[in-house]
Design a protein around this ligand. Structure first.
Ligand SMILES: Nc1ncnc2c1ncn2[C@@H]1O[C@H](COP(=O)(O)OP(=O)(O)OP(=O)(O)O)[C@@H](O)[C@H]1O
Ligand SMILES: [Mg+2]
Length: 233
């Protein structure tokens, strides 16, 4: 199997009101290409912390994060931003689209920032928007789109550079069930097509069946669960 991401002994804690909060403890995790991991757990169990550390957004206190052959936290901040743009896609609960940019400009942004010629980036972004069912909305700004449509734009943006890993933090947390299903469908489709691994955090137990693996977090520790055994919770 080809390993995309490997977390070894990752720990992260925060000091709050004189008390040390352990967001992640001794966390070990190996992710192979094409795997789809659904992460669940109570509020405060460390789910977002895990995504931020795995995605090179937040530094661990202890342990290492390797992406293929790269130690993510051994490089400088500028190199890490470029690395993220080329290798990782992010989808957040509240979309994080740039309000002043149109849908197609939002989607092409990661490519433009990476030096891809504007025409090529634009074309690629339009193709991706078509793939998520929003070809007709390319010139709309986020405020002119529904929540579900904004999230599909976010998915297109996350996948436009063909990342090896997609990190999604409660991507359907703000959507109704119909829009959630559409967002999940495009995530699954694009990830499968690009052979991207996915780590998706969710509060919705029904989404566990979407994954090839299910990780339950409790108090900063992971419990690997067999998806079938998690049914009916
Ligand atoms: N910047 C920070 N400063 C202090 N404490 C933090 C910080 N970030 C996270 N924490 C704490 O670390 C723990 C894990 O937080 P995290 O955001 O990873 O939880 P979560 O599982 O994503 O929760 P939720 O489901 O509510 O999003 C929590 O106790 C949280 O309060
Ligand atoms: Mg969270």
């Amino acid at each position: 199997m080809s390993v995309v991401l490997e977390l070894t002994g990752v720990g992260k804690s925060y000091l709050r009101g004189g008390e040390r909060i352990h967001a992640l403890r001794e966390f070990d995790f190996v992710l192979a290409a094409g795997e789809f991991v659904v992460v669940t757990g109570p509020s405060g169990s460390g789910k977002s912390t895990l995504l931020h550390i795995a995605g090179g957004l937040d530094a661990p206190d202890t342990g290492t994060v390797r992406f293929r052959d790269t130690d993510v936290w051994a490089m400088g901040a500028n190199a890490r931003s470029a690395f993220r743009r080329r290798n990782l896609g992010f989808v957040f609960q509240f979309f994080n689209l740039v309000p002043m940019l149109t849908a197609v400009e939002n989607v092409s942004l990661p490519l433009v920032l990476d030096g891809v010629p504007a025409r090529v980036a634009d074309e690629r972004a339009r193709t991706l928007l078509g793939r998520v069912g929003l070809g007709a909305r390319a010139e709309h700004r986020p405020a002119e789109l529904s929540g579900g449509q904004m999230q599909r734009v976010s998915v297109a943006r996350a996948m436009v550079a063909e990342p090896a890993l997609l990190l999604a933090d409660e991507p359907t947390g703000n959507l109704d069930s119909g829009s959630s299903a559409e967002v999940l469908a495009v995530v699954r489709e694009l990830a499968a097509e690009q052979d991207a691994a996915v780590i998706m955090v969710t509060h919705d137990p029904a989404m566990v069946e979407f994954g090839s693996r299910h990780l339950g977090l409790v108090d900063g520790r992971a419990h690997e669960l067999v998806p079938d055994a998690a049914d009916g919770r």
